[in-house]
Design a protein around this ligand. Structure first.
Ligand SMILES: [Zn+2]
Length: 294
């Protein structure tokens, strides 16, 4: 899948790969939920394909078949729960240092590269400085500034922005999600993949429109916090996420301390809701009470 707003970059990378002048270390950065990981993986397919075309990987050579099966021996992805430690990086580098099993290219993808520890970064640095032949490393990050300057200086940097709301809406329509409102897109930071995931999760239960209608009713005094809380208790976590997004956007606009405190309160409520056996109505109505006067 090539996401429409990343298409141009994808074809440029593919062209360079065909011409044999793709940089050995690429850093893809930009906000979460725009599809950097998808771009990195499609690019890995391109690098590994044995019959590459200007349109991308051929889809049927031996390499492409192995990629599809998820068992390409020259493709590595380094994942970790929280931090990428030096052992993980060494393991990845160790694999890169061997001969490519299909005697072609090797690719290492590092999602959340900003979670590398300092030792891990230093271990990677050596490989970035003295790359092995036919080896490509693709780093992905939402927080470019969290990477060591030495790492940054060794990579070819590509920064991506979020697509426009019109492009996002059109793409969501193609995915079967019609009529996404501006407010809804805003609640998810206009990030297309995050919006899509939220829609697929929220297929049942409370809709965002019902949420905004309820919130308006609350502010106008037509509904009480406890009424709404009992109505929304089954979608409590979703409601708090939406309230938090609302508080966050308010704070960005106002820079007022009370809006900041509201964000913190939502965060705390989210944590409370994750404990089993909590009274969701009490947590929700407490929070909605604050929103009713704000
Ligand atoms: Zn192929």
């Amino acid at each position: 899948m090539i996401l429409p707003w990343l298409e141009q970059s994808f074809f440029q990378f593919t062209k360079r790969s065909l011409e044999g002048n793709l940089h050995h270390a690429l850093l893809l950065s930009g906000p979460a939920g725009l599809g950097k990981q998808i771009l990195a993986e499609t690019l890995a397919d391109v690098i590994l394909c044995r019959q590459l075309t200007a349109q991308g990987a051929c889809g049927h050579c031996q390499s492409c078949q192995l990629v599809k099966a998820g068992s390409h021996p020259d493709f590595y992805r380094l994942t970790s729960e929280k931090q990428l430690g030096v052992d993980k990086i060494r393991e990845g580098i160790g694999k890169l240092n061997g001969t490519a099993q299909l005697s072609h290219n090797k690719v290492l993808v590092i999602p959340h590269a900003d979670t590398m520890t300092e030792a891990a970064s230093n271990a990677l640095l050596k490989t970035l400085e003295e790359p092995t032949k036919n080896t490509f490393i693709i780093l992905i990050t939402n927080k470019k500034t969290a990477l060591l300057p030495t790492i940054l200086s060794r990579c070819e940097k590509h920064t991506f922005g979020l697509p426009s709301i019109a492009v996002t809406r059109h793409w969501l329509q193609e995915q079967g999600y019609d009529g996404v409102s501006d407010g809804y897109a805003k609640a998810y930071g206009y990030a297309p993949l995050i919006i899509r995931d939220s829609l697929s999760e929220a297929d049942e239960g409370l809709s965002y429109d019902e949420f905004t209608q309820g919130l308006t009713g609350l502010k106008q005094g037509a509904l009480s916090p406890s009424e709404l809380a009992s109505k929304w208790q089954d979608s409590a976590l979703l409601v708090v996420s939406w309230l938090q997004a609302e508080a966050h956007h308010r704070y960005i606009g106002s820079q007022q301390d009370n809006d900041y405190q509201l964000c913190v309160r939502c965060q705390k409520a989210k944590k409370h809701l994750q404990h089993a056996g909590v009274n969701k109505i009490v947590i929700l109505s407490g929070l909605l009470d604050v929103f009713s006067v704000n």
